[in-house]
Design a protein around this ligand. Sequence first.
Ligand code: DX5
Ligand code: ZN
Length: 214
Amino acid sequence: MMIKISPSILAADFSNLGQEARAMDAAGVEMLHIDVMDGHFVPNISFGAPVYKMIRKDFSRIFDVHLMISEPLRYIDDFVKAGADIITFHVECDSDVQATIDKIKEKGCKVGLSVKPGTPASAILPYLEQLDMVLVMTVEPGFGGQSFMEDMMPKVREFRQAIDACGKEIDLQVDGGVNDKTAKICVENGANVLVAGSYLFKQEDYKAAVAKLR
Ligand code: DX5
Ligand code: ZN
């Protein structure tokens, strides 16, 4: 299975976002993971579309936007215009899930759905065939630098089986506490897209860190 790496910009130096994005681009990662938090869906506030729009020119591959916000449907236009290639939102949000999927697709963007640790796979399975990616959170969303929850692996396996059974090309992403040790566990359980924030950005040499993770 081809593994894709998506560094979470949340752990980058916010005073040098353009440079950080260029460095990860040069390190050969497939995606850049952009964590949008509204202080309502999660207890933290990060940044919105105007911020990541500024660094679109600094990264040549996929902008992987992870919305941890209560009302994703209200902001889809802004997020697409700012340069998202794929928008992942939470099935636990307050917006209508089907309407949000439809809106993202209508705008020509790929779509992902995510589950928090307490939400079962069954919450997403009815939408599976419409998705380009499933995101299994391996920490409670809201903050970087938390410990990996290995007990999410049965859920990863359940999605891997469902994705293989449906025959569509759907990425299976894990996010939270991913490092060179936990990445292996995720991949063994069927994940093919690894989000890593603090593990990658805390290292001096991004290229070496990405190679090690891979
Ligand atoms: C957490 C975010 C993650 C976070 C991961 O709510 O969705 O993307 O940045 O950070 P690490 O890799 O440090 O756990
Ligand atoms: Zn994330």
